[in-house]
Design a protein around this ligand. Structure first.
Ligand code: DQA
Length: 157
C-alpha cells in the first residue's frame, strides 16, 4: 500500500483552539484521523506529521523523496503554515525531490486575508494548490493527488 504524507507546519498543532474564525474548531488529531480513514477507504496508508521546526519539515520532505523513488509513496499534502510566506528552503526542498508531487493546502483563503499572506514560496514548486475549503481541504487535496497522479495517468496509458 503506497503512502501519502499529511504534513503540517508551525502552529497547526493548535488547530481547534487557534483563531477559530479563520481555522474552525476541528483539532489536528481530528484532521489526521479523517485523513487516515479516507486514505484507507481509497487504498492508501496516510502518515501524518506536524512540526513547528522548519528543518524537521525539510527532513520529512527528503524522506518522502526517497520513498517516492522506491515506489513506496504517492505524494505529500502540505500545509506549511506561515513558512509558506517566508521559506525559500521549503521551496528548494520540494524542487529537490522532484517529481514527488506536493499539494499545497491552506485551510483559510489566504488571498482574502492580509497582503503578506498573498505570496507563497511553496506554490511555484507545488503540483497543485487547495485554498479556502476549511479542514475539508485536506481531503480535497488527497483526492486531487490521486486523480492527477494515479487516475489520469491510468487514463493516458
Ligand atoms: C494557513 C495560512 C497561513 O497564512 C497561516 O500562517 C497558517 C495557516 C492556513 O491553513 O490557512 O498558519 O496555512
Amino acid at each position: 500500500m503506497k503512502k501519502i504524507l499529511i504534513l503540517n507546519g508551525p502552529n497547526l498543532n493548535l488547530l481547534g483552539t487557534r483563531e477559530p474564525v479563520q481555522y474552525g474548531h476541528t483539532t489536528l488529531a481530528d484532521v489526521e484521523a479523517f485523513c487516515q480513514a479516507h486514505g484507507k477507504q481509497i487504498g492508501y496508508e496516510v502518515e501524518c506529521f506536524q512540526s513547528n521546526w522548519e528543518g524537521a519539515l525539510l527532513d520529512k520532505i527528503h524522506e518522502y523523496g526517497r520513498l517516492y523513488k522506491a515506489g513506496e509513496a504517492l505524494g505529500i499534502v502540505f500545509n506549511p503554515g506561515a513558512f509558506t510566506h517566508t521559506s525559500i528552503a521549503l521551496h528548494d526542498a520540494i524542487k529537490g525531490v522532484e517529481p514527488l508531487p506536493v499539494i499545497e493546502c491552506h485551510i483559510s483563503n489566504v488571498h482574502a486575508r492580509e497582503e503578506f499572506r498573498h505570496h507563497s514560496w511553496v506554490s511555484p514548486a507545488a503540483a497543485g494548490i487547495v485554498v479556502g475549503f476549511g479542514v475539508d481541504g485536506y481531503l480535497v487535496a488527497i483526492d486531487g493527488l490521486v486523480r492527477k497522479f494515479v487516475n489520469s495517468a491510468a487514463r493516458k496509458a
